[in-house]
Design a protein around this ligand. Structure first.
Ligand SMILES: [Zn+2]
Length: 162
């Protein structure tokens, strides 16, 4: 069989090199994907310069940073420094919503850290004057229908008693 030998050799080589090409192609793609993931991780980890700049001025109330990337999901980039800052504000009595705005994180994330960090974040004791008159017991607020022990209502701030 004079024609059998070259044909067999060709049939053995061709599929091998086709598979090899396919693998090489896939490996090239994988390298690209790995690079893309590395870039995204760097951004997610907060090492992007724009994020660091947005943390720096925190601490002054009106230095609330506008995230350069408005589409970024709040909290996805937050670093341990962000939470240290959030904790400081939280423990100074700053409203969670204000902290969230200032540090571009969600209030849910703040509550989560407040409850799960060790040690827990502590709220300062609310000044007595802010709670209004202490009522003898819990009453249903006629305005918001929630329980309150204070007048004005501790939930909606309206007068409970007429
Ligand atoms: Zn109320």
């Amino acid at each position: 069989m004079p024609r059998g030998v070259p044909r067999q050799a060709g049939r053995q080589e061709e599929p091998v090199s086709a598979v090899g090409n396919a693998i090489a192609e896939l490996e090239a793609k994988r390298a690209q994907i790995d690079d893309a993931i590395a870039v995204l991780r760097a951004v997610d980890g907060g090492s992007a310069p724009v994020v660091l700049r947005s943390i720096a001025p925190a601490g002054t109330a009106q230095a609330a940073p506008k995230p350069a990337n408005g589409k970024r999901k709040p909290g996805t980039w937050a670093t341990p420094e962000t939470w240290a800052q959030a904790r400081k504000l939280y423990e100074a009595g700053t409203e969670s919503a204000t902290i969230a705005k200032q540090l571009n994180v969600t209030t849910a994330a703040i509550y989560y850290h407040a409850a799960h960090d060790k040690p827990r974040w502590k709220r300062p004791k609310a000044p007595a004057a802010a709670t209004g008159d202490q009522l003898p017991g819990k009453v249903h607020c006629p305005h918001c229908q929630l329980w309150t022990e204070h007048d004005p209502c501790s939930n909606c701030g309206k007068k409970v008693r007429k």
